[in-house]
Write a protein of this length. Sequence first.
Length: 321
Amino acid sequence: MVQRIDPLILGEAADWLVQLQSGAATEADHRAVQAWCQRSTEHAQAWQRAEAVLGDFSRLPVPVTGETLRRLSRNGAVSRRQALQRLGMWLLAAPAAWLAWRETPWQQWTADARTAVGEQRLLTLADGSQLLLNTDTAIDISFDAQQRRIDLLAGEILLTSAKDPATPARPLLVRTLHGQATARGTRFSVSVEGALTRVAVLEGAVDTRPLHGTGSLLLRAGERSAFDADRVLPASPLEAGDLAWEHGMLLARDMRLADLLQELGRYRPGVLRCHPAVSELKVSGAFPLADTDASLRLLGETLPVAIQGLTRYWVTVEPVG
């Protein structure tokens, strides 16, 4: 269990971190931090967490650590008080982020194929089937004499099946931790989203079957559904925007801003947050996934929101003013 630390102490740790990384820290500052850490076990743990966050910054794909913290300690896009509040929030969120990383199944790191955040990748399988991997996706591929199987470990795929050259023909299926979807001469997508696996069928038909349930559901072209390990939800009509990601777009129709930002966040590294005051704003439009910065600018131009960020890897959409 992650130890809870007083937010006031975390705020002090954030302030000290900014001071030491500002480029103007003195020996006296370093001695003062050491004395502060020795005040209590909670102070020491808060500083450990601050250093861990600093380590996370250093692993970002650009050298943002020093620049980010310099902007925290000097006059810039945000005031020092605002910046410290945001860094304090990052420290509060650090245990959750650590737990999410720790719980990532090791199979995802040893997958046969995977994509990075924001990346898409097209594969041609041994039987001629076409497989498009969406952002942050990991799969294993297992073709043998009995079946053609794709294990979707994380993320989302779009599969266009080919006729099996083997005789007799082997079933083509996608398996997730919740169950499996078996193709019947088809084109369909499968995604893993938390406690559910989602399936959308463009062509042909797909048989969906939960891991522990006894029932199944046959989805036909133009239908979608979801299932967990025990049951399959009823089919519903496929919507135009469901597979727009194949063409690098996110289509929104009266979508909550919070939901839209959550989806955009899947295609960009770092943190993308939505302020509660604007989370319920409704958004309609087409947003490019290959350039999420452009999508955020579009939101800023069409909604009463401001796009605030220390770097492009730490962005919050806030109310104007």
